[in-house]
Design a protein around this ligand. Structure first.
Ligand SMILES: Cc1cc2nc3c(=O)[nH]c(=O)nc-3n(C[C@H](O)[C@H](O)[C@H](O)COP(=O)(O)OP(=O)(O)OC[C@H]3O[C@@H](n4cnc5c(N)ncnc54)[C@H](O)[C@@H]3O)c2cc1C
Length: 384
C-alpha cells in the first residue's frame, strides 16, 4: 500500500496528518507520523505561567483519523531511495512531508551558557517555571526583545524585576515601527527596564555580565534570540534560506516526492513575502502539504497554499496585548481588547480531539478565520 510519512508532531505535522487523511477518504493509503513526542506542544502558549497546560495528546488527534504514530526521532533521510532512519529503524515512504519545525538559536561558547533558561519547548518552559517558583521577587534578565522575548519579559514582570536586553537599537526590531510605541509604553507601565545595543556575555550564579561590562543581579537569564529550522532540511535541499528553511512552490512541494510545512518551509505568502515561522502559518501549511502528499499518490488535484491575511497578536502581560494586521503591523487593538483577542487565539489553536468528523472538517478549512478580530483600527473614529 502506498505510504505517506510525516516527520514532526507540531502544528505542521499534526495538520499534515489530518490533511492527508482528508485527501485519503476511503482510499487505501497508509499514513504515518514520526515524532518523539507524546503531545502536540502549543509553543505559542509557553510564556504563560502554567506551561504544562499547553499541550494536547497526539493520540487523541491521530487515532480517530487512522494515522499511525511512530515515537522516534528521524536522523537520516535519503530522498534517492525514499528511506529514512528513525531511532535506528528504516522507514520507507512514497511521499514525505517534512514538518520537523524549528529550535531556538543558542549561543556558542558563552561562559555560563549551561545556566541559560528558555521557553522554546515544554521542558524548557517547565524548568523556568519551577526555578522561579522557589524564588519569589526574583531578578530576571531576558535576552532578545523580539516577539518571544517580549512575551516572556512582560509575563515575568508579574513574578519579579525584569531587565530586557537586545543587541539591536530598537525594541521589537523585526516587528517594525508599527507597534513600537505601544510596546515601549507597555514596558514602561510594567516597570521593565530595557537596554538596547546590549547583550549578555557571561552568566553566573545569581548574576549576568552585560556587553558593556556591567554586572547585574539575575536569578535567571532567559535566552530568546530567534529560531532556526530543523537540521533535517539539509538532507532535502542545499538551497536553504537565512532561517534554514526549504524553498517550496505554491503546492508546498520541495522535490518530486517531498513536501514541507511549518517552520521548515519557505513558502511564498505573496509576491514580496515568504511565510513566517509562526503557528498561524504552520497550521494551514500543514493542511495543504499533507493533503497534497496524499492527493499526489491518489491522482487527485493538488491544492494551492492560499494564506489568509497576516496578523500578529503580542501578549504584553499585565499591560494587555497588541493585535496588528498586515505586514506593516498596523495596530488594530491594544490593552484589554488586545488581551481578549489573544486569549481567544490561544484557545482557538487547540485542535479538535476525539472526533474524526471535526478534525477532518478543520483540515478542510485552510484560510484562518478571523471572526473575533476588529475590522478597523480602534482609534479610527477619533482620527476620522
Ligand atoms: C514562546 C513561543 C511563542 C510563540 N508565539 C507565537 C504566536 O503568538 N503566534 C504564532 O503564530 N506563532 C508563535 N510561535 C511560533 C510557533 O510556535 C511555531 O511557528 C510553530 O510551533 C511551528 O510549528 P511546526 O509544527 O512547524 O514546528 P514545531 O512546533 O517546532 O514542531 C516540530 C515537531 O517536530 C518534531 N521533530 C523535530 N525534529 C524531529 C526529528 N528529527 N524527527 C522526528 N520529529 C522531529 C518535534 O518533536 C515537534 O513535534 C511561538 C513560538 C514560541 C517558542
Amino acid at each position: 500500500m502506498a505510504h505517506v510519512v510525516i516527520v514532526g508532531g507540531g502544528f505542521a505535522g499534526v495538520w499534515s496528518a489530518a490533511g492527508a487523511a482528508l485527501a485519503r477518504g476511503d482510499a487505501d493509503l497508509r499514513i504515518t507520523l514520526v515524532a518523539p513526542n507524546e503531545h502536540l506542544v502549543l509553543r505559542p502558549r509557553l510564556y504563560e505561567p502554567a506551561p504544562d497546560l499547553a499541550k494536547v495528546e497526539l493520540a487523541r488527534i491521530l487515532r480517530p483519523i487512522g494515522v499511525e504514530h511512530v515515537r522516534s526521532e528521524v536522523t537520516e533521510i535519503d530522498t534517492g531511495s525514499r528511506m529514512m532512519v528513525a531511532d535506528g529503524e528504516e522507514i520507507g515512504y512514497d511521499r514525505l512531508v517534512l514538518a520537523a519545525g524549528s529550535k531556538l538559536v543558542r549561543p556558542r561558547g558563552l561562559p555560563g551558557g549551561d545556566r541559560l533558561f528558555d521557553i522554546d519547548d515544554l521542558a524548557g518552559a517547565l524548568r523556568l517555571t519551577e526555578h522561579l517558583r522557589a524564588r519569589p521577587d526574583c531578578s530576571v534578565v531576558v535576552v532578545g526583545a523580539g516577539f518571544v522575548g517580549l512575551e516572556a519579559a512582560t509575563e515575568l514582570a508579574a513574578r519579579g524585576r525584569v531587565l530586557l536586553v537586545d543587541r539591536s537599537e530598537a525594541v521589537g526590531e523585526h516587528l517594525g515601527p508599527g507597534p513600537r510605541k505601544e510596546i515601549e509604553a507597555a514596558l514602561d507601565q510594567l516597570g521593565i527596564e530595557y537596554r538596547l545595543g546590549t547583550t549578555v556575555t557571561e552568566v553566573g550564579d545569581g548574576f549576568a555580565v552585560l556587553s558593556d561590562g556591567t554586572k547585574v543581579a539575575a536569578d535567571a537569564v532567559v535566552w530568546s534570540v530567534g529560531m532556526t529550522a530543523s537540521e533535517l532540511t539539509r538532507q532535502i535541499s542545499d538551497r536553504l534560506d537565512h532561517l534554514g528553511r526549504i524553498p517550496v512552490d505554491r503546492q508546498l512541494r520541495a522535490t518530486p516526492e517531498v513536501f514541507a510545512a511549518g517552520d521548515v518551509a519557505a513558502a511564498p505568502f505573496d509576491a514580496e513575502h515568504t511565510v513566517m515561522q509562526a503557528c498561524q502559518h504552520a497550521t494551514p501549511l500543514g493542511k495543504v502539504a499533507g493533503y497534497n502528499a496524499a492527493a499526489d499518490l491518489l491522482g487527485k488535484p493538488l491544492r494551492d497554499f492560499t494564506p489568509g491575511p497576516y496578523v500578529t497578536c503580542l501578549d504584553l502581560g499585565g499591560a494587555g496585548a497588541i493585535f496588528t494586521r498586515g505586514w506593516d503591523r498596523e495596530v488594530m487593538a491594544t490593552g484589554a481588547q488586545g488581551k481578549d483577542i489573544k486569549k481567544r487565539i490561544n484557545q482557538a489553536i487547540h485542535p479538535p480531539v476525539d472526533d474524526a468528523a471535526k478534525i477532518l472538517a478543520a483540515a478542510d478549512r485552510v484560510s484562518i478565520e478571523l471572526p473575533f478580530f476588529p475590522r478597523e483600527p480602534e482609534n479610527a473614529a477619533s482620527t476620522a
